[in-house]
Design a protein around this ligand. Structure first.
Ligand SMILES: [Zn+2]
Length: 204
């Protein structure tokens, strides 16, 4: 895949890997659990996390999931405050194998956007509060309750690990409003990838 070649090249130049963009099938694939007994997973874990953090901050995101830089492991990083506080790392969270183990009954509609779907935003209804179980970078299993923007970012990023994109969860009306953007993005991706397979699952 051209994506990998670019990734290698950029790594050599100490640049963050490129973001996998809408239209690329990678974004509709499921990521696998990080296996703490696997020497291969353990060998790559630190580098994967560092690349994800670097990409999130470099591209101006408040959250990033592995598949967005072609790492098909269940890892998410997020920092919902760095843009407003203009301070990186202070509120950085790294979650390995995160899962929502409880959701509030109350849903809330909030605008979302995504580094993989540039220039597109839309309202998505999701549970207001979630309890998340995850493994931290000290390999400790944690369970924490999140609400507000944190809950929102975590749910958006975990969706990426399951191959789901926020544009597929918008109301039909809102989705129709942005469908021409999505078509344009898919066309741009097709042109860029010169005939690579594209993701049709998101066609409304
Ligand atoms: Zn996203």
């Amino acid at each position: 895949m051209p994506q990998k070649e670019i990734s290698k090249k950029q790594k050599n130049q100490n640049l963050p890997p490129p973001i996998v963009l809408y239209g690329n099938l990678i974004l509709s694939q499921k990521s696998t659990l990080v296996d703490f007994d696997s020497s291969s997973d353990m060998e790559h874990l630190d580098a994967n996390i560092i690349e994800m953090i670097s990409a999130m901050y470099s591209y101006g995101g408040i959250g990033l999931a592995g598949p967005q830089i072609n790492i098909m492991k269940r890892i998410i990083v997020w920092d919902h405050q760095w843009v407003t506080k203009k301070k990186k790392y202070e509120n950085l969270h790294v979650m390995i194998n995160p899962e929502v183990i409880h959701s509030s009954e109350e849903d809330i509609g909030l605008y979302e956007n995504c580094l993989s779907i540039p220039e597109v935003a839309g309202s998505v209804y999701r549970p207001k509060e979630v309890t998340v179980r995850y493994v931290d970078t000290d390999f400790e299993t944690k369970e924490e309750i999140f609400d507000g923007t944190s809950a929102r970012v975590i749910q958006h990023e975990i969706d990426h690990l399951d191959g789901k994109l926020f544009v597929n969860q918008m109301t039909k009306y809102e989705r129709d409003e942005i469908s021409h953007f999505l078509v344009a993005l898919r066309q741009a991706y097709n042109e860029y990838s010169k005939g690579d397979e594209t993701d049709d699952s998101s066609t409304s």
